[in-house]
Write a protein that binds this ligand. Structure first.
Ligand SMILES: [Zn+2]
Length: 487
């Protein structure tokens, strides 16, 4: 029988109410990686199977589009339960181990902090190091600003858009801080070189990097359980259950079955939106700097994801995201070196619905052009993969910076009588309709707003709470544009 036939038989048995015990959250002493055979390379078939595995409470780690497998983290007992259901696959590790020995060259929170402080000391005129929060276990969460206007009270900083790069929402995704740190390690030395394409970027943008958000979870990964995903939130008996930080953001929190209300689940969303100090740290930074763009690094599956996380929802800026996403995906060859590349789409189209995640928050709250990368083909690749991972992602994020720089519209709202109302002006575009609870675009305290736009002609309107407005038409043509709207 053709492999696909078997698969449909399997699906039919599932929908007919094949009785399954819900797979227990894996105990940390017997975790294994198990690659489920989807028997198809069709992304729709794979996505459907991912959905069914998640419905059973399984921790779906990622997919491999090249061999049609879906990797789950489970126990040996969990594998038995899957096999009883007729779900076949192969063990990805020959031993069952909850605690793999990680290559000690990967970074822990202390090493990230040391490197950020070192960068700040080497480039004091181009950086500012900020502690943006403290984790539940008391670790500092750091952000480094890269900018020619790094000082906190420099008013000139308000005339530049901001981008935030973040890594390690999920503790086990140990390559992600490496990629985010590489942004600073690459840009800062280049910023002083006249011939570099990156020479002017820090005079035009405020670039924030947050390499390691989940500092407590990272500690769990190094000391107890190398597959740990969530933070280290503990109950009154000090038992760690953990909250999935990337299901804890306010936009669509608990909104579309894209997270779990169970503390045992690997996608536990927390008891309310923004309940965790780590997510709150990033939210707080974003609310201060009002990001125009955001790149968030996760692993794995070799995807470039764009808004929204919830099933069937599309941003009215979908075309911009699809275009930029495909450009970056095409620049990112697969780790399998088979000629294939990353794939760009929404999470729900490629994997599953996710609610309360950071990318959709950045897009909906600030109008940021926002992407989430799912890098590599596993959580903890051999350290030898690090260099090639950094090199390919360096190309992709540099391309992104150059594209958003060229497609940037800077708007300044001015008026002569009263300085106060500048901050409360909202900005509207004739082509951008908000239909999913997105917040209005707002100017910063200098009356400025920045937007990445596709080429084309736009009607832009600044509006005050009392109804007064000013508008202008602007044509975007691959060059950055600046307009003033006088009220
Ligand atoms: Zn992740």
């Amino acid at each position: 029988m053709a492999p696909r036939y078997w698969f449909f038989l399997f699906l039919a048995s599932m929908t007919l109410g094949f009785t399954l015990d819900r797979v227990q959250h894996p105990a940390s002493d017997s975790l294994v990686r198990f690659a489920v055979e989807s028997k198809s390379l069709d992304p729709n078939v794979m996505r459907e199977m991912v959905g069914r595995l998640k419905q059973q409470g399984l921790d779906v780690a990622g997919v491999n589009r090249n061999d049609g497998t879906i990797e789950v983290i489970t126990t040996t007992g969990g594998i038995q339960a899957l096999k009883t259901q007729g779900i076949n696959g192969s063990l990805r590790e020959s031993h069952s181990a909850s605690f793999l020995r990680l290559d000690s060259r990967y970074l822990n929170s202390q090493k990230v902090e040391d490197e950020l402080k070192s960068l700040q000391q080497r480039f004091p005129d181009l950086t500012r190091l900020e502690k943006i929060g403290t984790s539940l276990e008391g670790r500092a969460i750091w952000a480094l600003l890269l900018s020619t206007t790094p000082h906190a009270n420099d008013k000139n900083a308000l005339s530049k858009p901001a981008i935030i790069f973040d890594g390690m929402h999920h503790a086990r995704e140990i390559m992600t801080p490496e990629v985010v740190l590489d942004v600073a390690q690459t840009i800062l030395p280049e910023a002083r070189s006249k011939n570099s394409p990156l020479a002017n970027i820090l005079s035009r943008w405020n670039i924030w990097i947050v390499p390691m958000l989940n500092v407590d979870g990272n500690n769990v990964v190094w000391t107890k359980n190398s597959y740990w995903r969530k933070n280290a939130h503990a109950d009154e008996n000090s038992k760690v259950f953990g909250v999935d930080l990337n299901r804890n953001y306010p936009f669509m929190w608990s909104g579309c079955n894209g997270s779990s209300g169970s503390k045992n689940s690997d996608t536990y969303r927390g008891d309310q939106a923004a309940s965790e100090p780590e997510s709150t740290a990033l939210i707080g930074l974003a609310r201060r700097v009002l990001p125009t763009a955001s790149l968030s690094y996760h692993s794995f599956s070799e995807f470039v994801l764009y808004p929204f996380g919830c099933g069937e929802l599309r941003s009215s800026e979908n075309l911009l995201h699809a275009t930029l996403g495909k450009e970056m995906a095409d620049m990112l060859p697969s780790d399998s070196n088979d000629g294939s590349t990353y794939v760009a789409e929404t999470p729900w189209k490629l994997l599953y619905s996710a609610d309360g995640e950071s990318m959709s928050f950045m897009h909906s709250e600030f109008g940021a052009t926002a992407f989430t990368f799912e890098i590599n083909q596993e959580f903890q690749p051999d350290y030898g993969m690090r260099e090639q991972t950094l090199v390919k992602h360096r190309k992709a994020w540099q391309h992104f910076l150059s594209r958003i720089d060229r497609n940037l519209l800077s708007i300044r709202v001015t008026q002569t009588q009263n300085e106060n109302f500048l901050e409360s002006a909202t900005i509207e575009f004739d082509t951008i309709q908000h239909q999913h609870g997105e917040k209005p675009f707002r100017t910063n305290s200098a009356g400025q707003f920045f937007k990445v736009l596709d080429p084309g002609k736009y009607l832009v309107r600044a509006r005050l709470p009392d109804g007064r407005f000013a508008e202008a038409t602007v044509e975007m043509n691959g060059e950055p544009k600046y307009i003033e709207l006088n009220l």
